[in-house]
Design a protein around this ligand. Structure first.
Ligand SMILES: O=C1O[C@H](COP(=O)(O)O)[C@@H](O)[C@H](O)[C@H]1O
Length: 244
């Protein structure tokens, strides 16, 4: 695996705290350098506590919220108020408590067809970056126990997408369409941080980091920021096999 930084903590709560600190540092650096912070949120269950922590009394005053812009690494193709929606999770834990304005949040629009939604999100990204380089300040990612990240699932066509920044993909395993940033879009970021905890992730993590290179089998291997930095925030249970 390419150069990366490992941040391993004893428990999931300590990992989440370490990542919250990292988000604050990255936000301050980006705002100092170019006045705003573009943050790509991951979905699933792992980041829920992170978002709640960022919106808590401990962290809310440490971030300049009106300079933050939120994007999504992937979305389940369900309505925005559906229990499985990544947007809904972020809205409930982060956007509503922090009273972010609609202009700060870029959601993948699942009211459109999957193909149209992917194209529309790509247009949104290009409009947001305008003449500046297409480069998120920080992309947060999770890791599935099958080594998927964002909605880059094993043996799907999107793993070989070289042009688009956003794609729709039908994922047989979960029997639904997903919308996802492509590896190309993620790899342009200044920083990418995986949040992975729990022993159910230990095997996947081992294969992604130490296994033979096989992006079709272990999609998270496709993440290697070209000019940016890659961080892994892990608990000891997830890191058990890579440390053995
Ligand atoms: O389906 C998804 O899964 C991954 C991992 O989620 P977790 O619940 O195991 O943490 C997540 O990164 C992705 O955004 C999500 O849509």
């Amino acid at each position: 695996m390419d150069k990366h930084t490992l941040r391993i903590q004893k428990t999931p709560d300590l990992v989440i705290q370490a990542l919250a600190e990292f988000v604050v540092e990255e936000a301050r650096r980006a705002i100092r350098e170019h006045g705003r912070f573009s943050l790509v949120l991951s979905g699933g269950s792992s980041p829920k506590k992170l978002f709640a922590l960022l919106a808590s009394a401990t962290y809310r005053d440490r971030l300049e919220w009106d300079r933050l812009f939120f994007f999504f690494g992937d979305e389940r193709y369900v309505p925005a108020d559906h229990a499985d929606s990544n947007y809904r999770m972020a809205r409930e834990t982060l956007f509503d408590p922090m009273k972010t304005t609609p202009g700060q949040v870029f959601r993948m629009n699942t009211d459109l067809s999957p193909e149209e939604a992917a194209l529309a999100y790509e247009r949104d990204l290009r409009a947001y970056f305008g003449d500046r380089p297409m480069r998120f300040d920080l992309v947060l990612l999770g890791l599935g126990d099958d080594a998927h990240t964002a909605s880059l699932f094993p043996h799907t066509k999107v793993l070989h997408e070289k042009e688009a920044l956003v794609k729709e993909v039908y994922v047989e395993k979960v029997k639904m369409f997903r919308l996802t940033l492509t590896a190309r879009a993620i790899n342009c970021a200044t920083s990418v941080a995986f949040l992975v905890f729990g022993d159910s992730k230990a095997n996947a993590l081992y294969h992604v980091m130490k296994g033979e290179r096989n992006v079709d089998e272990y999609p998270a291997q496709s993440i290697h920021p070209e000019q940016g930095r890659l961080f892994w925030f892990l608990d000891e249970a997830a890191a058990a096999r890579i440390n053995a």
